[in-house]
Design a binder for this molecule. Structure first.
Ligand code: HDE
Length: 715
């Protein structure tokens, strides 16, 4: 059962309908009723169209200009409305109003995105995901414009255009779309050892999330919280998903990009639409001046993180997304985030990557949204009173009145608008900036490999294997052997085994750490870290015992054993899972006794990659028919290959016979788990409820990455 739908709380950021209430009458933009929307005005029924047809011209002109420039990065995204509530007043560390009252709900709009692909590219590509949150607070809008990885490729914003030019499709033929697997990207990053830590994250399963709802989010940079006494504390922001952290298999992500390019967008929409509102907890790492001095990491370096093991995350509030947008263009496309949108009580740090961003966003939006008034679009508008003397500009819609557009004045309402910074207006904390003007990076930024090594050391065996496979995949698409060699030589500084495993399939020499030294862009200083491993960097152990909204495919044909399957479906549904029946055709499949089950999909209009788990019911005739259907056999094998939980009841196991499973294997027990995540059940002997229980237990782990010999599975 879906939970009852809650009424969305943030109705003041709802779009107003601009169409006339009388929708039976079409009008022009200026309200003139249109008598015929099917025929243009012509000189006779077979004559040429007349220039005078202002209705046709207006319609075509508007249509011709429907598209606006897409975001130069993060063009592809999906968004939702919701609210944020703080757990306890945070007045000790910040004066930010929205972080004080546990009873108050602050409306939010959140946009998730991929970074590289064009607006129409696929959702499931290997990429960092954007995680941008706009808080509509009573002290103005606050934007926390983060990613699903805690570090970034570069340290200084002056390298951002180079990074993006290298990563985007190559300019001569505009290929490949939304992929890092090409020469220019690896050429650039192999010459920029500061990227190595981020590359480890990008080649890990974090870059192929199962769902936006199952991703962590990070503010990446260090910010500052400032209290009403002007005391400042460094802060790193973290979002933790309630559903836990989950990813998909790389082969699955690639196939999904074709099967359903909208996979993540649809997943978010469907969850909210059915009342399963995604939630995240906001946490902070607070670092005071004393701790800063003790950390072996420069807080201003965005290629580094502060391990949770050194500075624990303090949960401070909860965000719920409970309403889909009414109009994708007006909201998701026109929303304009800007890390420069702060509220009193939150301030920047001197991170040189952040400092560049403070210029870039508003500048980029000038061309994307066509002028300086994008803040007045409904989705970007503040919910608190706004008063300033900025005037005019393209698309001005404010209807500003009066003769006074300056301050100080005596002709309007006074001349003194300065507020007491400590208690009211935004106030930048004084900073002692007695330094020489120079183009230089701090020597404390020079350690490019320690945290890449920490990340590698902290991964499970299966995660390490995925990282190696991802490096191999991407680098195998690089045509230049020189670039491939350069990259694995860099990896030798992270871990020799990692570098050798990557090199093994690339037709290049054994990695050579010494060869990397002395190259352009190469600076290497290793900071001794007290941490050799940080379990928090691994995704294993972050599985939460919450399987609600996962999708189960039930493979069925005529002759299925209806009693057991219906019961299992009922129990899985009660546990919050979404079961869908896949049949050889739409309509119904029937049991031997004539009981029927409606098919939601066919084997040709869906695929195993669309599901999290597979249930194969019993019934001799059904199992026989499925075994004859290549697409059904492929469905089951592919789910196995992607390490998904599978439950086969009675004869259903025949579908897995290509993998060597047989009913004979589990004669002794009513339910057996012959390999991780595969449940084989004898419905005649299993106790009521036992089958679903065993299947749910397998699903709690989401994916069974420890399955062996997956390369030999014919799917
Ligand atoms: Fe962005 N980034 N970025 N970025 N970024 C943009 O803003 C930029 C960086 C991030 O859903 C652009 O309106 C520079 C880090 C997200 O609308 C642009 C630098 C992080 C989004 C821009 C960075 C991000 C953007 C593109 C290096 C994680 C999508 C159009 C100094 C903390 C927000 C636009 C949305 C979008 C510039 C680096 C996150 C061009 C110059 C680090 C989530 O202004």
């Amino acid at each position: 059962m879906s939970p009852p739908r809650r009424k969305a709380s943030n109705s003041h950021v709802t779009l107003k309908n601009t169409m006339s209430d009388n929708i039976n009458t079409l009008t022009t933009q200026h309200g003139v009723p249109i008598s015929d929307n099917h025929n243009s005005l012509k000189a006779g029924p077979r004559g040429p169209t007349l220039m005078e047809d202002f209705i046709l011209r207006e319609k075509l002109t508007h249509f011709d200009h429907e598209r606006i420039p897409e975001r130069v990065v993060h063009a592809r995204g999906a968004a939702a409305h919701g609210y944020f509530k703080v757990y306890k007043p945070l007045s000790l560390v910040t004066s930010a109003g929205f972080l004080q009252d546990p009873a108050a709900e602050t409306p939010v709009f959140v946009r998730f995105s991929t970074a590289v692909g064009a607006r129409g590219s696929a959702d499931t590509v290997r990429d960092v995901r954007g995680f941008a949150v706009k808080f509509y607070t009573q002290q103005g809008n606050y934007d926390l414009v983060g990613n699903n990885m805690p570090v970034f490729f570069i340290q200084d914003s002056i390298k951002f255009p180079d990074l993006v030019h290298a990563l985007k499709p190559e300019p001569h033929h505009e290929m490949p779309q939304a992929s890092s697997a090409h020469d220019t990207f690896w050429d650039f990053v192999s010459l920029m050892p500061e990227s190595t830590h981020m590359l480890m994250w990008l080649m890990s399963d974090r870059a192929i999330p199962r769902s936006y709802r199952m991703m962590e989010g990070f503010g990446v940079h260090t910010f500052r919280l400032v209290n009403s006494h002007g005391q400042s504390t460094f802060v790193k922001f973290h979002w933790k998903p309630k559903l836990g952290l989950h990813s998909m298999a790389w082969d699955e992500a690639e196939k999904l990009a074709g099967r359903d390019p909208d996979f993540h967008r649809r997943d978010l929409w469907d969850a909210i639409d059915s009342g399963h509102f995604p939630e995240w907890e906001l946490g902070v790492q607070l670092i005071d001046a004393r701790q800063e001095a003790e950390l072996n990491v420069d807080l201003l370096d965005a290629t580094k993180l502060i391990p949770e093991e050194l500075v624990p995350i303090l949960p401070i509030g909860r965000m719920v997304l409970n309403r889909n947008p009414d109009n994708f263009f007006a909201e998701t496309e026109q929303v304009a985030f800007n890390p420069g949108h702060l509220v009193p009580g939150i301030e920047f740090s001197n991170d040189p990557l952040l400092q560049g961003r403070l210029f870039s966003y508003a500048d980029s939006q000038l061309s994307r949204l066509g002028g300086p008034n994008a803040h007045a679009l409904p989705i970007n508008r503040a919910v608190c009173p706004v008063h300033h003397f900025q005037r005019d500009g393209l698309h001005q819609s404010a209807g500003q009145k009066g003769r006074v557009a300056y301050e100080p004045n005596t002709l309007a309402r006074g001349s003194e608008f300065r507020l007491d910074g400590a208690t009211h207006g935004f106030h930048s904390s004084p900073d002692d900036l007695q330094s020489p003007k120079l183009r230089q990076r701090s020597a404390s930024f020079d350690d490019h490999f320690s945290q890449a090594k920490l990340f590698w050391n902290s991964q499970s065996q299966a995660e390490k294997a995925h990282v190696v496979a991802a490096f191999r995949f991407d680098l195998s698409k690089v045509e230049s052997t020189e670039i491939r060699q350069r990259m694995v030589d860099n990896l030798a500084h992270v871990d020799m085994k990692l570098a050798s495993r990557v090199a093994a399939q690339l037709g290049i020499h054994t990695p050579d750490a010494a060869a990397a030294a002395g190259r352009l862009g190469y600076r290497h200083q290793t900071m001794q870290s007290e941490l050799q491993e940080a379990p928090s960097l691994s995704m294993v152990g972050r599985y939460k015992p919450d399987i609600r909204t996962r999708k189960v495919a039930v493979l069925a044909a005529d002759g299925i054993d209806m009693i057991s399957v219906k019961r299992v479906i009922q129990e899985l549904t009660a546990a919050g899972l979404h079961c869908k029946v896949i049949g050889p055709h739409l309509g119904h499949v029937a049991s031997a006794t004539g009981r029927t089950l409606a098919a939601d999909y066919t084997f040709s209009n869906t695929a195993s990659v669309m599901f999290d788990a597979v249930l194969i019911p019993g019934g001799v005739a059904s199992a026989d028919e499925l075994c004859r259907l290549g697409s059904a056999v492929h469905f089951a094998l592919e789910a196995y290959k992607h390490c998904k939980p599978i439950c086969a009841i009675n004869e259903g196991v025949l579908l897995l016979s290509a993998l060597g499973f047989s009913m004979g294997m589990q004669k002794e027990t009513a339910i057996s788990v012959p390999t991780p995540g595969v449940v084989i059940a004898d419905s005649q002997r299993a106790l009521q409820g036992q089958i679903s229980q065993a299947f749910i237990a397998a699903m709690l782990q989401h994916r069974h990455w420890d399955r062996i010999n997956l390369d030999s599975v014919p799917a």
